[in-house]
Design a binder for this molecule. Structure first.
Ligand code: HEM
Length: 508
């Protein structure tokens, strides 16, 4: 409906409408989007985000004004690129477990899997990754059915249902409805899960600090030694010196006393959601698209093979995942990811409430109006992206981007309230995609026009992203019957189970 409305009012380059008692404007041109997103004062989220408050409280995604500014400053160090580099081994490890799981889905003889919805598998992996990297906790979601994930999908669907039915806007009417009851039940499950993660980390934090305290008392060590002890503990646990996101929150909760446990919970819930569902969708959309366009898939794989194989051959070492440098060299994969996020932006809407009267595309839009930036349509603007439905990664080659309006392409939003996790997201997406494509060819079952696309909190396909995987032919000493039968050792680096430590040859 919105796409049609914006075509009808294409000349005005802005669409306004009332939803119940609330005025909305929908923005889909780079000039209009720039007015709102580049502003340092128009940073308040739309009132519709309040529907998320029972779940995300006033965490970074939902907070406003000074609270948002302080939190953003407080949390930014947890996403410094040096910290992110330390996360890569964890991502690689989880990607390898995913590959083993996907291998189990393939037939030993034909090497093909049955039709699967790839999102189911990727989601559990990205949830494991966010828990292990940002929260410092291993939860092994992908090894069991995750109730958290199914509740998250329910909450996401109920969010859209509530927004589009004004009679469900008041809290009391929503609470009385069957939708409200489902929402409450799902929130309970999700909050129990995150509180478990917090309690575990809190106990570990207190234990590590009390041990350090005892040691420092007995040996009369100074503050420097004490800090060193803590960082040594972190080093042993995660294999690298860094302060995981949840440790930073713990420090502000237990040491600096600037965050209550509820403050910690709302940020953990915020980052658990924002940090895994988004990347899962983006990786899954990419695999789906590559499954449709074989020529592009082959080109991406050639790049991945040439970069990862050259390193493997030179060093004569066991392959344990890609390095930061290798990921950086994967320029074509970058273009593919960007084009996927153009056509299927994970965040289809970005909402702001105008805190002052604002001129947008020649119209005075009054204070209090909700601005819905419609990314899905912005990315289909024919002036910037001719023949917009055509999938063409070359649009993002450096020579083709020059002169493009900076607000014409905003998968991670832009301006002061852009995505805090975008570097993390791109690194994770590239690492997981590269590992999957080294091991499998993908073929998609449904054409693009058969998907029922739904603009929930993230852009989903209601009928799933169905693909078939084909195991790639591996090096000469690979025995196909060995998968899952010869070796019962589930260790990550077990030579028999790990496909990725074999040299890769061409496609089957
Ligand atoms: C493909 C992956 C991702 C996409 C497309 C994406 C997209 C976005 C977008 C569009 C926004 C702005 C939302 C708005 O203003 O309404 C946003 C904000 C945010 N994102 Fe992401 N995101 C991704 C991954 C991540 C990851 C991995 C994390 C955390 C580890 C994360 C954490 C956040 C947070 C906390 C905010 C709120 C920032 C603020 O308001 O200051 N995102 N993201």
């Amino acid at each position: 409906m919105l796409t049609s409305a914006s075509l009808i009012y294409g000349k005005e380059r802005i669409v306004s409408m009332w939803l119940g008692t609330r005025p909305f404007v929908f923005l889909f041109t780079p000039e209009a989007v720039e007015v709102v997103l580049s502003s340092n004062t128009l940073t308040d989220k739309a009132a519709e985000y309040d529907f998320l408050k029972p779940w995300l409280g006033l965490g970074l995604v939902t907070s406003k004004g000074n609270k948002w500014k302080q939190r953003r400053k407080l949390l930014t160090p947890a996403f410094h690129f040096r910290i992110l580099n330390d996360f890569l081994p964890i991502i690689n490890e989880n990607a390898e477990v995913l590959i083993n799981k996907l291998n189990q889905l393939t037939d030993n003889k034909s090497g093909e899997s049955k039709v699967i919805d790839i999102l189911d598998y990727i989601t559990l992996t990205t949830l494991d990754v966010i828990c292990e990297t940002a929260m410092g906790i291993k939860v092994h979601c992908r090894t069991k059915e995750s109730e958290y994930v199914s509740c998250l999908h329910q909450v996401s669907e109920l969010f859209l249902i509530r927004i589009s039915r004004p009679w469900l806007w008041p809290d009391w009417s929503f609470a009385l409805s069957s939708h409200g009851q489902r929402y409450k039940r799902a929130l309970n499950v999700m909050k129990t899960f995150t509180m478990k993660v917090i309690k575990q980390r809190k106990a570990e934090w207190i234990e590590s600090h009390s041990k350090c305290g005892q040691q420092s008392k007995s040996s009369s060590t100074n503050q420097l030694d004490h800090d060193d002890q803590i960082s040594k503990k972190t080093t042993t646990e995660y294999g690298a010196k860094r302060m995981a996101f949840l440790d930073l929150l713990m420090e502000h909760h237990l040491q600096n006393n600037v965050m209550t446990i509820e403050d910690v919970r709302e940020e953990v819930d915020t980052f658990m959601f924002a940090g895994h569902d988004t990347t899962a969708m983006s990786i899954s959309w990419t695999l789906y698209i590559l499954g449709l366009y074989k020529d592009i898939q082959d080109k991406v794989r050639d790049e991945i093979d040439s970069i990862s194989e050259s390193d493997y051959n030179n060093k004569d070492e066991q392959f344990t995942g890609l390095t930061i440098n290798q990921l950086k060299q994967m320029k074509y994969l970058d273009c593919v990811l960007k084009e996927v996020q153009r056509v299927y932006p994970v965040a289809p809407f970005i909402g702001r409430e105008l805190s002052e009267d604002t001129m947008i595309n020649g119209y005075l839009v009054p204070k209090g109006t909700t601005c819905a930036i419609f990314t899905y349509l912005l990315h289909r603007n024919e002036e910037t992206f001719p023949n917009p439905e055509h999938f063409d990664p070359d649009r993002f080659l450096p020579e083709n981007c020059s002169g493009r309006h900076p607000y014409s392409y905003i998968p991670f939003s832009a301006g002061p309230r852009d995505c805090i996790g975008q570097k993390f997201a791109v690194m994770e997406e590239k690492a997981i995609l590269a590992m999957v494509l080294r091991s499998f060819s993908v073929r998609s079952v449904d054409e693009r026009d058969k998907l029922v696309i739904s603009g929930e909190m993230v852009l989903r396909s209601r009928n799933g992203l169905r693909i078939v995987l084909s195991r790639r032919k591996l090096g000469k000493d690979f025995d196909e019957t060995s998968i899952g039968s010869k070796c019962n050792n589930n260790q990550l680096n077990c030579k028999h189970n790990s496909l990725s430590n074999q040299p890769v040859t061409r496609n089957i």
